[in-house]
Design a protein around this ligand. Sequence first.
Ligand code: PHE
Ligand code: ZN
Length: 877
Amino acid sequence: MQDAQPKTTYLKDYRVPDYLVDSTDLCFELEPKATLVKSRLKIRRNPEAEEGIPPLLLDGIDLELLSIAIDGTMLSPADYQELPQGLSIIVEKPDFLLEIHNRINPEDNTSLEGLYLSNGMYCTQCEAEGFRKITFYPDRPDVMSKFTTTIVAPIDHPVLLSNGNEVDRGYIEDGRQFVTWEDPFAKPAYLFALVAGDLQHVDDTFTTSSGREVKLQIFTEAKNIGKCDHAMRSLKSAMHWDEEVYGREYDLDIFMVVAVDHFNMGAMENKGLNIFNSACVLASPETATDSAFQRIESIVGHEYFHNWSGNRVTCRDWFQLSLKEGFTVFRDAEFSADLNSRAVKRIEDVTLLRTNQFAEDAGPMAHPIRPDSYMEISNFYTLTVYEKGAEVVRMIHTLLGADGFRKGSDLYFERHDGCAVTCEDFIVAMEDANQVDLTQFRRWYSQAGTPVLDVTDQFDESTGVYRFVIRQSCPPIPEQKDKLPFHIPLTVGLLDSTGSDIALDKAGSTQLVLEITESEQMFEFNGLNEKPLPSLLRSFSAPVKVRYDYSLEQLLFLMSHDSDTFNRWDASQRLAFKAMNLLQGAYQEGLTLKLSPELILAYRNILLDKELDPALVAEIMLLPSEHSIAEESVSIDAEAIVAARAFARKSLSCALIDELKERYAELDIERPYSPNAKDIAERRLKNICLEYLCITESADALDLAQRQFDSAGNMTDRAAALSALINYGNDQYAEQAIHQFYDRWKEDTQVTELWLAQQACSAKRGTLNNIKALMQHPAFELKNPNKVRAVIGGFANRNFQQFHKNDGSGFEFVADQVIALDKLNPQIASRVVIPITRWKKYQGDLADKMKAALLRVSNSGELSKDVYEVVSKSLMN
Ligand code: PHE
Ligand code: ZN
């Protein structure tokens, strides 16, 4: 916290570290309010730094310094200086042993960064700059060191874990015990981890492709021990997949995962000791929904894959974050696609990107996947760095092909193993392994914003020549006015009038990757006998917006014929957006709303199409969310969006009531729960049918929901029924279901989070008064980020209608929460503030009210740098 403006760090100012740390030997004597940390660092002058012996600068925050010694001699206060955020020590020789003792207070650490307590269990979170809250250290990823860690704790904390292999353990006379761990791999401090508590574990093994046996362990509180199987299965699949697809084997003899209830993010890839948010690891059919099962599989994969893309090869500095995150998200997305439905995974990822990342790219915090500057690096763990970063890696994959990409990744891992490198090193490895030039492609790393492709076409009947003209542009942002053209792989196909793909070259390929490199470019196809229908950006081959003036008929045609499943869905989205636009317009003019019969017929056909994957039917029936409609708007009219979408859903539900009942009945299959793609798809479609049926608010439909609520054999079905009752049942039904559900599951943290979220997200129940009441409920805890995300995040991000109330009360509420949270957990506060930062996109009154709420945060006194950065950038110009 500070009142002076926090300082900005720039990529262009990067300098190699003055000193290196060859080994780091740590000893922790754990006490809730006074943990003693003793560190012994073998320090050496960096041969690559400039000459001389400058003072040694160490980072340190909220540490109580007890003593410093160099080569066994205690320093006196004259030999060092305590800085606001660290230490400066006078040094006389190029290498020495530095010993520091300091004290920290895990119990009062609500920032969940550094060492803290969660339900009585000690754990750490060091990425990005959390190690400096544990001890004084050069806390930067290009300082890599071999760690040895001794943990001393009372015997009521029998499980004591750190990175690497256990090398010693024993008892001390005073009744405490200790365990020593040694990590043979040099690593940056952000990958350090420590866990101590009264934990149970499930064990398994994995034999690597070279025949080494690895011990696998998942640790959790005793009550959750039955919820680890799915994570264990996912871990083994991930280990196998990385061997198959990337040729990467695990490197230690043990791999541990720990579930923690208080965690700022999803999970953390600490070397050999991954720490997970409980919600991202624990699951059982009775307590977890299908999407929780899928999220767990992908996050377990993600963290495991980091062992190579992140740990063995790490980042030189935090501007390179996408080097590990973009690449690893791409890896986990492919893992999920290989294990489940590729098309569905792609649809989900693209929906997230379009709805939230595009909004980020167009908002006040817009930044390239490799930012040029930051005040607080925690603010850059964004959808841009992660998801757009993954799309950039995917484009390299598309341009080089699977084999070329693999050659590139092999070279990258081989060349940089054990090093801290840059995004540039990644691209160079891709270039060198494939003899290609990605000079222009590099602009994806330095230019922010979502490029737009305007496509026009023309067919010359006399010559049979079909032409595309493609213009690319990218809206300016304050720091980047003139952008240079991107290198964009645009995958296209052409459909003939029967809906078949036309061969596009002599080899008979039915789709081509057009490489767009100019601001305006033309492509020609010869020998056609009729004007084809273009299918553009198949599988979403680049993170761009494509504008092409499709007619309603053409979209309907693509929806039923495109051989690219993703684009069939995409046609349905374009169609839905068109319909929503018309409805919004009518609403704004005060006209009667009407959904065209053609459109209703199209949805009817989709709903009844038994050839189509039910998952795809489900995705199409859902209609774009209010937030994605908002993202498509030039200027958001929240009320019109709510009205348009509600009207469309109501019209569809009334018009298709018999078809919905029919499909519901057909998909209501009793079977043992399994989170496989087919069952998940069928449950999803069934539950969407249930929801549509309940939109009619007919007694029949609500009975069906009640029946499913009472008799469901798994949480997916039960939660869907609960949601239907909450959103469409009369108050009595809803109340009753809410109480019953809570009584049954109140001991289960994950289910309770779901219960909170469902109420907070409900347009009907999640009114501001109810939200405030929920925050008083014993199930809520402001210090627990999951609960904050469920209630406050649910309200601000997923309850479009109540959050955007015309009186601005939703914005004021968020402002109050940001101010309160900033004192406890700045990282979480600066996430919670995001929904009120995009005021410029709103029409008139809402924009003013949102800005006023933001200003109030800005003027509320001392802010953390996290919140300061986001708020000040959002109020600029
Ligand atoms: N590195 C983690 C991941 O993406 C995310 C994370 C960042 C977790 C910062 C905690 C704190 O896998
Ligand atoms: Zn990651």
